[in-house]
Design a protein around this ligand. Structure first.
Ligand code: GLY
Ligand code: MN
Ligand code: MN
Length: 436
């Protein structure tokens, strides 16, 4: 993440908040067990605006302040602590490298923060998971409100910065797109490697190891989310991550895995026959999912309603299940009554970016959000015939050969001025390319 882009983002945000002061807090450290912590993962809004990748930091944007529009509070240098927990940028270097007008030690937060808030007309702050920081912000606000009758100025509202910042994050800038291309390319190569490797007799965790090895070897931070390597019946569990079964020829293997590059994520799913040949039932369902995905992808154009992709995928899937006799009835009724949901229970995609399920809205009341250039999202229809699937009354019993088949195909797309680009096209999905 380079400072030029972060500065542009801060400037745009400051244009929008005018007389307000925005306060962003870094992510807390998370405990894995006892005194062992997970690797630090920065808060996405904080990282987007600062590029600063340390815990115990606070960023303040006060466009109305006469001297300091952008202020950082960071951990001070401490050679002894750094020996244990790693390098800290420190106050001096942070000012130079991160473009802040002023930098303080985080230990000075309560003394120094008030001056950036007391003349603002509102505080933009997200009430997040860090309860103690929430309490600090509420107390600061309360302090300002008490002064209001005497000064006639100060923040009279606390507002979530999400609608502004997340609206910005929803449209990726060129640097973000570059990182997302890298994440997608590395993830696609890892899927190809997994396809070459997976054979009857392999354990799911061995395939996972191949994928995650590829991620790190190529310089990615690691998995964007716990890798799903689900063979046979396991593919019907949407977030299966145990990855411990031994796969067999005849199984389908569903792999949902992607890496993160500089915190930007990829999210790819492929489903293929471990033994190189689809059974008839597997192939027929696969063809439906692929058709649903292709038809949804064709709608990924600027100006199209986002929801059209899901609606189309659902129609293709329901038509396909009707053709196979796995559902009976009228297509539109089956959709309106959600009778198809035992086969397809999730949405057809989500925004993708610094978060895997990225921020940004999908819907404005009754109206779908319309796609715009720079938006990045997944398209991931599926069909899942769990071994214990139960359809609504009046629907047929699902015959045994269909049970235990789970299929999802997921690609990452960016909307361009004229259409879209599939970032993850490096992994095959055509039946001819998945069989041997
Ligand atoms: N891997 C999570 C998802 O596909 O949304
Ligand atoms: Mn996804
Ligand atoms: Mn996925």
């Amino acid at each position: 993440m380079t400072q030029a882009e972060c500065r542009q983002r801060r400037d745009r945000l400051m244009d929008k908040i005018g007389q307000g002061t925005a306060i962003f807090c870094s992510a807390p450290m998370a405990v894995m067990h006892n005194d062992v912590e997970y690797n630090f993962r920065q808060d996405s809004d904080f990282y987007y605006l600062t590029g600063f990748n340390e815990p115990e930091a606070v960023a303040v944007l006060a466009p109305h302040h006469d001297q300091h529009r952008y202020v950082l509070f960071v951990q001070p240098k401490d050679p002894e602590r750094e020996t244990w927990t790693g390098y800290r940028v420190g106050v001096e270097a942070a000012k130079e490298r991160y473009g802040a007008d002023e930098v303080y030690s985080i230990t000075e937060l309560s003394d120094k923060l008030t001056q950036y808030v007391e003349k603002a007309d509102r505080i933009y702050y997200h009430l997040g998971r860090d309860q103690s920081f929430n309490t600090k912000m509420l107390k600061l606000w309360q302090h300002c409100l008490r002064r209001y009758p005497r000064t006639g100025q100060g923040p009279i509202a606390l507002e979530d910065p999400g609608p502004i910042v997340h609206g910005m994050r929803q449209i990726k800038d060129p640097q973000e797109l570059n990182l997302m291309h890298q994440a997608a390319t590395i993830s696609a190569a890892a899927h190809c490697r997994a396809m070459d490797y997976a054979r009857g007799g392999c354990y799911e965790y061995q395939v996972q190891a191949e994928i995650e090895h590829s991620f790190r070897l190529a310089g990615a931070m690691g998995p964007a989310y716990p890798s799903i390597v689900a063979s046979g019946d396991n593919a019907c569990i949407l977030h299966y991550t145990e990855n411990k079964r031994q796969m067999q020829d005849g199984d389908l293997l569903l792999i949902d895995a992607g890496c993160a590059v500089d915190y930007y994520n990829a999210d790819i799913t492929r489903t293929f026959p471990v033994g190189g040949r689809f059974s008839d039932e597997q192939r027929l369902l696969y063809e439906i999912v692929l058709e649903a995905q292709m038809q949804a992808i064709a709608l990924a154009q600027p100006g199209q309603p986002y929801q059209a992709m899901h609606e189309t995928a659902v129609r293709v899937i329901v038509d396909g299940l009707l053709d196979l006799g796995l559902l009976v009835g009228d297509r539109d009724t089956l959709i309106a009554e959600e009778t198809y949901k035992p086969f397809y229970m999730h949405r057809t995609g989500h925004w993708l970016g610094l978060d895997v399920h990225d921020v940004g809205i999908y819907q404005h009341g009754e109206t779908s959000h319309q796609l715009e250039p720079g938006q990045v999202f997944t398209v991931e229809p599926g069909i899942y015939v769990s071994p214990t699937i139960q359809l609504a009354e009046g629907q047929p019993e699902v015959p045994e050969p269909w049970r235990g088949i789970g299929i999802r195909i997921e690609d990452d797309l960016v909307i361009t001025e004229t259409g879209h680009e599939v970032l993850t096209s490096g992994v095959p999905k055509a039946i001819a390319d998945l069989t041997r």
